[in-house]
Design a protein around this ligand. Structure first.
Ligand code: ATP
Ligand code: MG
Length: 385
């Protein structure tokens, strides 16, 4: 059991001892039951936020108006949320109001899928009002209650469904899938940042091709920018969401600036994607490419090779090429700008940078050894006349 789970159970016990019902809820219960790794463990309780705060030394108000208090238990943060219902979703996203309730069943009813509507008591007992355990067994993603109504309340749930496909390899139950198909266009009501976060989880899921297929089959793809073709995601297992974005941009024939603008990616992500795409579009990589690009960029471009060749292409030769470089970074050069200035009696200026770049290239490509005297000779011959 993880440290988080131990601390969450402590929190549940403390609440129980004070006379409040409390349970572990959400993804951690689901993941624990199927033996999947998890980090965050959420607690739900009938106690009101102020009652929760009164019981623990260290708490942080992270969302007290929604009933959530972060309890710090031996250095681990556990989110404790008062049982609540949500009502009147006028914009197909967040609820307008939340109501605290005393009944766990009501709290579980507001949750998106049966597998996410399970609760666990401190003694390990599972509370299952909506058939979540059976669906977990059958590997089915099923909306709690009437699917259409649930997606109408919150359209993000549709994307959560396909993201869980990619993470768990489960299938979406037929009525649930049909409801997504009928209401797919409502995904456009959702803030792009939330779409971005779901897609990032999908990209790195072990069943990403199935997730992409679900996006296409439910027609969510028609309301999202880019290409969602599962054939292109076969054989890939991405560890990093940024590699996913580069991969997605490549398959969608979008340049880095467009994908970054559309999905509001950070500048660093945009740069990474741009580098990966440059390499992916080159047939061959030169020694200078192996020197210039970070190993992560090379790996990511290699992942796109997998796509281009429809088979797994290993990265071993990238490591070998990198390792074989005479220098790994500019800092390893035997000379610096000062030396170059002395060798050539000229004022400081942009020429120094150019000269250094030429020297780096000569050393990296093996034209000259990384040795002060040899570089000086080369420089005097090639540059100083
Ligand atoms: P993970 O943490 O692996 O992304 P999770 O299921 O824990 O998955 P969270 O976003 O952490 O997802 O949410 C915790 C729980 O809150 C969910 O298991 C679910 O019960 C509920 N939940 C989250 N988002 C929604 C939503 N949009 N609609 C209904 N219930 C939701
Ligand atoms: Mg979670």
């Amino acid at each position: 059991m993880t440290k988080q789970m131990h601390r969450a159970k402590d929190v549940v016990r403390i609440l129980e001892q004070a006379g409040y019902e409390a349970v572990i809820v959400g993804g951690a219960v689901r993941d624990a039951l199927i033996g999947r790794d998890f980090n965050d463990v959420d607690v739900a309780t009938e106690a009101l936020p102020l009652q929760v705060k009164a019981l623990f030394d260290k708490t942080i108000d992270v969302g007290i108006e929604h009933g959530t208090v972060l309890v710090l238990q031996e250095g681990v943060g556990i989110e404790v949320t008062t049982y609540r219902t949500e009502s009147t979703y006028t914009d197909h996203r967040r609820p307008d109001t939340v109501h605290f309730v005393r009944d766990l069943r009501e709290d579980l009813q507001r949750r998106d899928f049966t597998m996410n509507a399970l609760a666990m008591r401190a003694n390990g007992e599972i509370v299952d009002y909506y058939g979540g355990e059976a669906d977990l067994q059958a590997r089915i993603i099923r909306a709690v209650g009437e699917p259409r109504a649930r997606f109408e309340e919150d359209a993000l749930r549709m994307l959560r469904a396909v993201r869980f496909v990619a993470q768990l390899g489960f299938t979406i139950e037929q009525n649930t899938a049909q409801a997504i198909e009928q209401q797919a266009s409502m995904i456009t009501h959702i803030a792009i940042e939330r779409i971005q976060a779901e897609l990032e989880k999908l990209f790195v899921g072990p069943f990403v091709a199935e997730g992409i297929k679900a996006i296409r089959e439910t027609t969510l793809s028609e309301h999202l920018v880019g290409t969602f073709d599962e054939r292109e995601w076969q054989h890939v297992q991405l560890r990093d969401a940024n590699v996913g974005w580069a991969y997605f941009a490549y398959g969608s024939q979008m340049d880095a600036a467009t994908v970054a603008r559309t999905y509001r990616l950070a500048n660093k992500q945009k740069q990474f994607i741009a580098h990966v795409l440059t390499l992916a579009h080159q047939d061959d990589w030169t020694t200078m490419d192996y020197f210039t690009y970070d190993i992560d960029v090379l790996y990511a471009a290699q992942a796109i090779r997998t796509w281009q060749h429809q088979r797994v292409v290993t990265t071993a030769h990238i490591d070998a090429q990198k390792a074989a470089l005479p220098i790994q970074t500019k800092d390893e050069l035997a000379i610096n700008g000062q030396d170059v200035m002395q060798w050539r009696d000229e004022k400081r200026g942009p020429w120094i940078k150019e000269a250094l770049a030429a020297i780096v290239e000569a050393v990296v490509t093996g034209n000259v050894q990384n040795d002060t005297q040899r570089i000086k000779d080369w420089f005097n011959r090639e540059w100083n006349n």
